[in-house]
Design a protein around this ligand. Sequence first.
Ligand SMILES: *[C@@H]1O[C@H](CO)[C@@H](O)[C@H](O)[C@H]1NC(C)=O
Ligand SMILES: *[C@@H]1O[C@H](CO)[C@@H](O)[C@H](O)[C@H]1NC(C)=O
Length: 343
Amino acid sequence: MKRFQVCTLMLFSCCAWAKQMTDIEALQSAPTRCTYEYAFDMYGAHCGGLRLNKIPSLRAGIEILDFSDNKLQEIHDDTLSSYTSIKFLYLSENQIYSIDDNAFSYLTNLQSLDLSKNVILTLPETIFHLPTLRNLYLHGNPLLHLHLSKMQLSKPIRAPLELLDLSECKLKVLPDWGVLPQLYLYNISHNPLTTIDAQHFSPMCKLSKVDLTGSIDDLQLCDMRMTITWFQIRNVYFLLDDYTRLNSREFENCPKVAPPDNLNITYQECRQLYTKTQNTKSSRRTWLTIGGGLAGFLVGFVLLLYVMHRHNVAQTKKADKETKKIPPDGDKQASAVLLNNAA
Ligand SMILES: *[C@@H]1O[C@H](CO)[C@@H](O)[C@H](O)[C@H]1NC(C)=O
Ligand SMILES: *[C@@H]1O[C@H](CO)[C@@H](O)[C@H](O)[C@H]1NC(C)=O
């Protein structure tokens, strides 16, 4: 009992000491004051709300970087290039206006990028080709529309985007993304859209929700008809402040037009691309499983050989001891030698 108490006491003082050490460490790096912790099995650096205008030198291997609510203005090619393990990057609520072309290119593990509430002027194309980027938040960038309206992306984009948030970006026209086969949530709310075209949505074949709140209130009802019909055909849930306009007699009386062929064509293109990526994913998984199984089998086999070998050695020894006079069993020894070599 006593020993147990001493043990826990030691453990506690040890913990306190370790904590003190991290405090000292934090003090030593006073200008940065970023803190580090494990969250969701990932190593993260937290630098939010520190009024920093530069990303300080951070520990290697971080997978989460929260640098939101600071005063960062420019992201250069070398600002983040040494933190290639980052998966989640939060840069919202800074004053970012300039992003170099390859500012994120080194982050080949990046899954989520939050650039909300900044004053970004141009978005480098490389972002849209990040191989694992699933979530992109651009919400609240009031100057971005100037760039997006004339942006020419090379298509199809490589990033497997699942969530794209372009709310409150003063967009009048939606940018042309081409096929987005993984996209399921598209937030384009609070933009003064002057037009909405079903062609924009047909290459998003996995789309399940579009937030249009406050974005199409000023559009002519009949101009939206095709898009709304498309959403209905494809079971896309669309959010509006007010659905009464769509239930009006006016909407009902809009001239009925059949969806043009190319809607289905781009939709099918998207489906094919989706199936293709799913197939490569599952075949990769299959190969991993087969590889894993094979490795397991080999380990088991070698273990079995080893056990058999030990058993044989013991048996031979025993036989040797017990019956010294009887000539040795040639067969058994041969197999022991064989197994010996194999193991
Ligand atoms: C879309 O963005 C707005 C404003 O940022 C937010 O309030 C809303 O919850 C978002 N919609 C969805 C469906 O996430
Ligand atoms: C497009 O697809 C829908 C649903 O699969 C179908 O009802 C419609 O007839 C198709 N339109 C054309 C023009 O092929």
